[in-house]
Each structure stands twice: as structure tokens, then as C-alpha cells.
Ligand binder design. Structure first.
Ligand code: HEM
Ligand code: HEM
Length: 186
């Protein structure tokens, strides 16, 4: 086999392997504990960054640009809507799909502090701070789900899901307000 053909076969083989391993990685590939540790690491890193006031100069430059803010804002919007899609699918009775989506819900949810950081390096002031904290609390309740916090009491799961879904609803309302304030008056 000539060298370019060999190279092509290698690339094809790689794509086939990637295609078959991606659903596993995005699905239930990671254990509940791994999500927890990754999420804990990212949220602690964000907390430390906020407390010491460290800024990534390159990102600060990008964040001064309105188009960048808009693009990453829409990224966050898509992210939150995707997290909600899981709930919608379940309500529609798509149990099989909902199981795959649960894995992705946890995977994307765990990466949330990173998405946030690329949109804003501060929690903001006033309502923006409440908004950012709501996002982080929705994230933290998600992280401390019943697979991690093993409280075997009948009240625990209803209290947990009410807190997680309640914060997620508040997030949607604050997001509408954020977009409205930023655009309606400009
Ligand atoms: C969960 C979702 C979101 C969170 C937690 C969030 C949070 C924030 C925060 C804390 C700031 C202040 C940044 C600073 O002071 O440097 C900010 C600014 C901004 N956001 Fe968002 N945002 C979200 C979604 C969105 C969406 C959906 C859009 C628009 C499509 C958007 C557009 C903007 C713009 C244009 C700014 C700059 C103007 C300003 O500081 O008010 N954001 N965001
Ligand atoms: C801002 C981010 C998040 C949002 C907006 C969000 C939203 C939601 C919503 C609306 C539900 C309800 C689904 C339903 O039963 O109808 C849900 C369930 C759930 N979420 Fe999240 N979530 C987020 C982050 C996370 C994270 C980071 C994790 C864990 C790593 C997580 C774990 C779970 C689990 C395990 C359930 C299923 C509860 C059950 O089986 O009854 N979530 N989430």
C-alpha cells in the first residue's frame, strides 16, 4: 500500500473508532463519582479564581467585545435549554432516550463552571450576582444528587428534586431578564 493510501485508511479507522466510542463517552461512560470529582474540581477552581480575583488577560480582552459576550451568552442559553430538554423528553414518556440523555445531562452539567468562566470572569453585581449564584447552586444541587449523597430517607429525593428543578426554573426567568435588560435598553 502506498503511503497516502495507508494514511487515509488510518484516518478512516480513527474516525470509525471515534464514532463508536463517542456515544459511550457522552452517555453513561463516566461513573457518578467521576462526574462528582470533575465537577467539584471545576467549581473549586472557579471559587478560588473569584476569591483571589485572578483574570486571564487574553480572555478579558475577548470579553470586552460585545460579539464575544453575545456568542458565549447564546452558548449558555443553549446549554441551559439542553439541560431542560432532558426533563421535556422524560415528560413526553421517551424513557429509552431519557436514559441516554441523563448521561449527557450530567456530563454537560459538570462542565458548567467552564462554560460560565468563558462568558464571564466575575459573578457580576446586583441581580447579575444573584443570577450567577443561581446557576452555581443549580449546578451544586445537580452534583450532590442522590447517587452521591446517600441519604435513604423518604423525604430526601423529593426535597432534592424540588431544589434542583426550582433553581433551574429560577435560572430560566433570570436569563430572560438578563437578555431583556441587555438588549431592550440598547
Ligand atoms: C446562565 C446564563 C448566563 C449567566 C449566568 C450570565 C452571566 C453574566 C454576568 C455575570 C455578566 C457580567 C459580566 C461582567 O461584569 O464582566 C454577563 C454579561 C453579559 N451577558 Fe450574560 N449570562 C448568561 C446568559 C447570557 C445570554 C443568554 C446572553 C445573550 C444572548 C448574555 C449576554 C451578555 C452580555 C451582552 C453581557 C455584557 C453586558 C453586561 O455586562 O451586562 N448572557 N452575563
Ligand atoms: C444548570 C445546570 C442544570 C440544570 C438547568 C438542570 C436541570 C434539571 C432538570 C430540569 C431536571 C428535572 C428532570 C425531570 O425529572 O423532569 C434535572 C434532573 C436531574 N439532574 Fe440536573 N440540571 C443541571 C445540572 C446538573 C448536574 C451538574 C448534575 C449532576 C452531575 C445533574 C443531575 C441531575 C439528575 C441526576 C437528575 C435526575 C433526577 C431524577 O432522576 O429524578 N444536573 N436537572
Amino acid at each position: 500500500m502506498t503511503l497516502p493510501v495507508k494514511g487515509l485508511v488510518f484516518v478512516q479507522d480513527f474516525i470509525i473508532r471515534l464514532k463508536s466510542s463517542l456515544p459511550v463517552a457522552l452517555g453513561s461512560g463516566l461513573s457518578a463519582r467521576r462526574y462528582f470529582w470533575v465537577g467539584l474540581f471545576l467549581s473549586t477552581a472557579l471559587l478560588v479564581q473569584q476569591s483571589i480575583g485572578w483574570r486571564w488577560t487574553l480572555l478579558t480582552g475577548l470579553q470586552d467585545d460585545d460579539t464575544y459576550k453575545l456568542a458565549t451568552g447564546f452558548g449558555l442559553l443553549a446549554f441551559v435549554l439542553y439541560q431542560w430538554r432532558f426533563s421535556v423528553k422524560r415528560a413526553q414518556g421517551e424513557q429509552r432516550k431519557a436514559a441516554t440523555m441523563m448521561g449527557r445531562h450530567k456530563l454537560f452539567g459538570t462542565l458548567l463552571p467552564l462554560f460560565f468562566f468563558f462568558h464571564s470572569q466575575t459573578l457580576g453585581y446586583g441581580y447579575q450576582e444573584i443570577f450567577s449564584l443561581t446557576l452555581l447552586l443549580a449546578f451544586l444541587t445537580g452534583l450532590l444528587n442522590f447517587q452521591i449523597v446517600q441519604i435513604h430517607k423518604p423525604w430526601y429525593r423529593p426535597v432534592w428534586i424540588s431544589a434542583h428543578v426550582g433553581l433551574s426554573m429560577m435560572l430560566l426567568l433570570l436569563m430572560v431578564y438578563h437578555v431583556y435588560l441587555d438588549y431592550a435598553f440598547k
